[in-house]
Design a protein around this ligand. Sequence first.
Ligand code: NAP
Length: 445
Amino acid sequence: MNNLILIGMPGSGKTAVGRHLARVLQMSFVDTDDKIEMDSGRRIPEIFETDGEEYFRDLESACAAECAQLHNTVISTGGGMILREQNMRALADSGRIIWLNRPIEDLAHTNLSGRPLLAKDQNRIYELYAQREPLYRKYAEIMIRNRGSVSSIIARLLHMLPKHLHLAVIGDPIAHTRSPQIHQAMAAQSNLDLYYEACHVTSDEESLSAFVRRAYTQEITGFNITIPHKTAIIPYLTVIDDYAASCGAVNTVVVKNGALYGYNTDGDGFIAALARMGAEVKDKRILLLGAGGAALSICKKCSLMGAKQIAVLCRTPSKAQSMQYRGETRDEAVVIDEFTPQNMEKYAQTADIVVNATPLGMSGIQEDYTDFGFLDALPKGSVVCDIVYKPAVTSLLAACERRGIRCCNGLPMLIYQAIYAYEMFTGLTVDKQKMYEVVAQAIGE
Ligand code: NAP
């Protein structure tokens, strides 16, 4: 079972933290004191006064036994729940016990007059603390100090609960994103509890900054980024990885200790997709069609991986010139030229790998390649990667298949870039080939 059980002194913030935690993790929430009051129809001070503490403890044990049957629930317990071992055994079997440890100095300055055991003499808090502290310590699997805001406690707690992740993808449009499905499949494979939300964040600055503020409250442990925010997110980052900076684009942000770390996993996703076809870029000549965001990530990664030449063909070479000047060490390997049938054929003659990084042939896009003559110029053994993944077989890929040219669509790149992002979010190192199969099956490919 996968409950989270909060224990701690009266006034230690279990209810506030528990409610918030449940909301962040999309879990149900139960407060045992509230449940006892609701089930019995009486207030707890009244139960203590008329029937005594032992009677209340019996109600509490019955409540613990009932709560231990719940699933996916944050259970905030009364301060004395730990007094009976049977309670803790039942609850521990249902999930993880977290001790919300509020320092006695803070408790002593809190008004606890509503608590039955402290109503007459609040100084009894010292005695209760001395009696219960060893029990909280004994039963807790995780101890977290209650210092700072509820959000900051949740943030620390989430880092101590690697089983629980809250991720998101932001973009506009976002309705058709496959990221939630892909990440859920990976989380299930690693036995992690993941809540992954698709957030519609429009291109206006306020929409993005509102999302970033939310991420900074650390309710979100990481997020993926798609069009149109891959570049716009950069000023919001605390740290940007060198490769992502050279691409001028970020597709993965990890939120850690109040800081945002930006990465770009498209390049690694592309390299892994090529490897799946048995191809690698070191010392190879690459014909890259298109010079947009995806092309730039691919170009930079191929350059880093030791490609001999990357010929980038695009409609507006002047725009693409900037690709060469973004702090890359091997930019001499990059040649930028015009996207013409003549140039396609010219560079195809020596190309080991052809990459389509334009939207040509993509579902919903009117334009497509009309002349596949350049494929006939390719040396034997060359491969073609069309990073478009919808449709699964673009007209470019169909033309390759007719000619017996080894080729793949953009799905492997999509899946591998997600696997790399997932490793960053979770800190796990996964078996990428196994994970690939899991994801491909989950998304029905
Ligand atoms: P982008 O930034 O808009 O760049 C598109 C590039 O294609 C630009 O260089 C553009 O040239 C060029 N282009 C557009 N229409 C063209 C045409 N009719 N003839 C020649 N060139 C044309 O887009 P992107 O983000 O790089 O994405 C490109 C494609 O890759 C999309 O289909 C996207 O879905 C796919 N993609 C796949 C993955 C994956 O994981 N498989 C990842 C990212 C992207 P101009 O600058 O001159 O307009």
